[in-house]
Design a protein around this ligand. Structure first.
Ligand code: FES
Length: 110
């Protein structure tokens, strides 16, 4: 039998990144010493895949040109002048939940 902590560590180790796709939305799930974070997975600089980068403390570093984004706020480091979208994450007894808000709803004309 494995504990919930062992299961989570197997899923995503500390300082690990992984891509999750929810409703077609690509999200970078990150885990560091403070817990889990979720940000958009495409880098706003030139479209790099952030989940293929790495964690440095509270930042994720893009593997393409090494721009870095704060996992807590989504803000790029000082001179970048950009940011990524963040999503709320909750660790619950039965797993990890991401707060995704639907951006579009189909409205029937007429
Ligand atoms: S594409 Fe991410 S830093 Fe350039």
């Amino acid at each position: 039998m494995i504990t919930a902590e062992e299961h989570q560590a197997a899923l995503l180790p500390v300082n690990g990144l992984m891509q999750v796709i929810i409703n077609g939305k690509k999200i970078c799930l990150a885990r560091n010493q403070m817990g889990y974070f979720a940000i958009q997975d495409n880098c706003p600089h030139a479209g790099g895949v952030l989940s293929r980068g790495w964690c440095e403390g509270n930042r994720v570093v893009c593997p393409v040109h090494r721009y870095a984004y704060d996992l807590r706020t989504g803000r790029g480091v000082a001179d970048q002048g950009d940011a990524v979208k963040t999503y709320p994450v909750e660790e619950r007894e039965d797993g990890i939940y991401l707060g995704i808000k639907d951006a579009w709803a189909w409205l029937k004309p007429g």
